[in-house]
Design a protein around this ligand. Sequence first.
Ligand code: ATP
Ligand code: MG
Length: 500
Amino acid sequence: MDALAAYSWFGQLSVVVSVVAVCWTMVWQNLEHIRLQQFFARNFNRRARRLAAIVDPYLSVTFDEYEGGRIKSSDAFKEVRSYLTTASTRDVRHLRAECGGGDKLVLTMAKGEEVPDAFRGATVWWSADAVPPPRDAAPWSRASRAERRYFRLEFHESHRDLVLNHYVPHVRSQGRAIMVQNCQRRLYTNIHNEGYDDGWYEDVWTHVPFDHPKTFDKLAMDPAKKNEIIDDLDMFRNGKDYHNRVGKPWKRGYLLYGPPGTGKSTMVAAMANYLDYDVYDFELTSVKTNTELRKLLIETKSKSIMVFEDIDCSLDVTGKRRSKEEEGKDEEEDKDGDPRRPGKKDARSKVTLSGLLNFIDGLWSACGEERLIVFTTNHPEKLEPALLVRTGPMDKRIEMSYCDAESFGFLARMHLDGEDVEGHELFSVAKALLEEVNMVPVDVGEHLTRKSVGDDAGSCLARLVAALQKAKDEEAAKLEAARAEEDGKKGIVVQDKDGN
Ligand SMILES: Nc1ncnc2c1ncn2[C@@H]1O[C@H](COP(=O)(O)OP(=O)(O)OP(=O)(O)O)[C@@H](O)[C@H]1O
Ligand SMILES: [Mg+2]
């Protein structure tokens, strides 16, 4: 066939193909029966899939960080991440290091890396990546402007059953085991260092290792009260069956109140150490909306203590419930955006104590289990009385008070260990003064702390006695001044014996 004949043959063929294509389109568009259309579509799709499988026989499974519309971070994602801490270290060139328990360093694969893994003769590939946030993401919302992170697992089609039915469950259980192994108690905060994140590890909580040294046996307080708290914590920890049986969320609310320096924060540390729980320190002044608060609550883990320090300072604690209109307006603003953005007149937190308690007691309280919720305040009298009743949202109220004789003895023995402190003559003097003068444990402890190598029980006790005596004199002077002012108001003239 010469070139001219071939050209004419191709020309005729292309005309035929074009005519067939036009006819097919017309038939397709005019098919009256939708089922027939679906039949064709199915067959076409199936063939297309077969063709694709021949060209690319690899399947993939994606593990997104968030499920349920970015509300809850996915357990599967975390398990995969943990699993990859061991799998990835072998072949990945770029790793990310995080502190694990003790001196351990946990290495995970960095964004953009890919790592192979072998399972029962099959090879699979893991990659870590993220897609950028949507263009319309609210710039003030950390969650929506964060990248969508995910792990992707790729494998050959012939290993489909092995991977989905055996390998993935294996990865998840191994990941869980590694999480437990690397588990180090953490202190979480919702205050973020904006400059730190690289986007890949962004979270609503940031954390540091929790290794507070305070335990109950180092806390000065009435022994009976201390034992009562320890019993209460034991009951709570072992209360899974009870809570299930009566259908109550497994949580307990504590209110710790008392003057500054009486050991409220220290008590939280002692509770966390006793129960072996993580601590979530809620900085409510940084939480501007109920939506933000809900997100924080959802992201707390079980076996943890949620602490709200100085609630009277960080919230509207008057207990006034908002009117429906106000609540509606707030929700609108929540949707509309962040009240912190420039131009907003009212930049105060819209979270109220009663609102917070609604979250804690309401439907959201059932998210997660085995959580203690601790509120601290210096001014319980500022709180709405309804919050303080025994059957209210605070299951237990604990007063942390000034140092009494018993706590003094405890602190003296603890600080001046190895010396016969109780045998010292100033011991009973200090004890007697503490009956008359209010001094908080932090100050008593400070005076009893050895400040130099020459310091001993005598010098420490002398320092404490001097401080107590000074406080007593100041208090007496204040009383005297108040009495004189009172007498002045009543018009009583106090004369000395010479009539002056
Ligand atoms: N009852 C106590 N027993 C032992 N140490 C105590 C006690 N109370 C306070 N301290 C010591 O005093 C320091 C301050 O205590 P802490 O921060 O717990 O007080 P606080 O009640 O939380 O004060 P604030 O109301 O200012 O937050 C801590 O280092 C703690 O070790
Ligand atoms: Mg405190």
